[in-house]
Design a protein around this ligand. Structure first.
Ligand code: URA
Ligand code: CA
Length: 433
């Protein structure tokens, strides 16, 4: 039997592991027998030399088995989970969870926090006064059964291998490797009890996968591994060449989610939620096809059922649902600053990562896992790709509690904006399904 050192050397030299060897690496790391520095070395060797298809499946299975598996068999219906590979201003979960639940597909979701320039659903939910993201497993299940939706923090005992490995990857330059991303995402979803998985793979400047080719490879591998583990998987590839919707920041995005559930949200966010939601209704066996799914979603928005489900969900998790009727109860950062355009022209594009970093400078994001964030900080984009603007027009409104960060945030926002002298068409929402 090879030692851990020999396993690292094997991967360094381009060799391949047996399923038993990968299991031993995962178990040894989770138990603490294998120290961080050895796992870090192995992760880098895996990033540089790759894992083949069988190795990726074996790693995913070992990670899935590293902790408790959530048993949702007591909740009737096909449990569909949606996962997005890290976006800027991606408000979709907060809209989709109650929207899809209001149409009869149960949503039992574990979510993460934001890191770097990308946001996380948990932080957004915590900007609702009183909202709790930790629920006892039995309460979690009961809530899904009773009102159809619950979203909680990833619990420490579900897929602990992913938690420890991701924390290490984050600080060792080993995030962007397809086999590592696939094993991380699929193990987490399978351990979390999903029957079907809808994956929204982002492409463009704000995402891990910068090119469409890479994103397509990631989508294909996610689908293959998920299906080998017995799950139905559907992938869409959506554009990240500009942030989704207009709001980037936690409380600001809650406000945007409420507007979208009322049928008054930004066009691109609404469209993406309808497209993803209709697929979830089909996966969940509620809609006969996507067109039927779309009709059901639109009907739920128009009738107010989607918003009622949002209210019930917020209330069940301890939050103040009065924010729905009185958005003033959502606390925004006190200092508002308008960014104005320097020239006439058409908005041609935004570097989504740059916009995310501008919001981070305002206090809305974390540089380190343990950093405190300002839930009321962020920005609202007053124009999107394709809009005509004149010099002096307001192009964004910044919100912060610390005026000293405004010059950096404004400079980052302006640097992220690309202008054109000739008219520009808005980008497609999807590259491929
Ligand atoms: N999202 C995840 O959950 N894991 C990864 O490795 C990358 C993105
Ligand atoms: Ca948004």
């Amino acid at each position: 039997m090879r030692s851990v050192l020999e396993l690292i050397e094997l991967k360094r030299d381009g060799g391949r592991h047996s399923a038993e060897e990968l299991q031993r690496l995962v178990d040894g790391f989770v138990s603490g027998e294998m120290p961080d520095y050895q796992m870090a070395a192995w992760l880098m060797a895996a990033l540089l030399n790759g894992l083949d298809g069988d190795e990726t499946v074996a790693l995913t299975k070992a990670m899935t088995a590293s902790g408790r598996r959530v048993d949702l068999s007591g909740v009737p219906g096909i449990k569909v989970d949606k996962h997005s590979t890290g976006g800027v201003g991606d408000t979709t979960t907060m809209v989709l969870a109650p929207l899809v639940a209001s149409c009869g597909v149960p949503v039992a979701k574990m979510s993460g926090r934001g890191l770097g320039h990308t946001g996380g659903t948990l932080d957004k939910l915590e900007s609702i006064p009183g909202f709790s993201v930790t629920l006892d497993p039995e309460v979690f299940k009961r809530q899904v059964r009773d009102i159809g939706v619950a979203v909680i923090a990833q619990s420490a005992d579900v897929d602990p291998a992913d938690k420890k490995m991701y924390a290490l990857r984050d600080v060792t330059g080993t995030v962007p490797a397809i086999p590592l991303i696939v094993s991380s995402i699929i193990s987490k979803k399978v351990a979390g009890g999903a029957d079907a998985i809808l994956l929204d793979v982002k492409t463009g400047s704000g995402s891990f996968m910068k090119t469409e080719q890479q994103a397509r490879e990631l989508a294909a591998e996610l689908t293959r591994v998920g299906e080998l583990l017995g799950r139905t998987v559907v992938c869409v590839m959506s554009d990240m060449d500009q942030p989704l919707g207009r709001a980037v920041g936690n409380a600001l995005e809650v406000r945007e989610a409420i507007a979208t559930l009322q049928g008054e949200g930004p066009g691109d966010l609404t469209e993406l939620c309808l497209a993803l939601g209709s697929k979830m209704l089909v996966l969940g066996g509620v809609a006969t096809d996507e067109e039927d799914g779309r009709d059901r979603l639109l009907d739920s928005i128009a009738s107010g059922r989607a918003l009622e489900t949002f209210r019930a969900w917020v209330t069940a998790q301890g939050g103040d649902a009065r924010i729905v009727d009185d958005p003033g109860l959502l606390v925004l950062a006190p200092i508002m600053h308008m960014v104005t355009g320097d020239r006439d022209g058409y908005v041609a594009g935004f570097d989504a990562e740059g916009v995310g970093r501008s919001a981070m400078a305002l206090g809305a994001g974390r540089a380190h896992k343990e950093d405190e964030i300002d839930l009321g900080a962020g920005l609202v984009m007053e124009h999107k790709v394709g809009d005509r603007v004149e010099a002096g027009d307001v192009i964004a409104t910044l919100y912060t509690s610390d005026a000293s960060c405004l010059p950096e945030a404004e400079a980052r926002f302006k640097a992220a904006l690309r202008m054109s002298d000739t008219p520009v068409n808005p980008p497609p929402l999807f590259h491929e399904v």
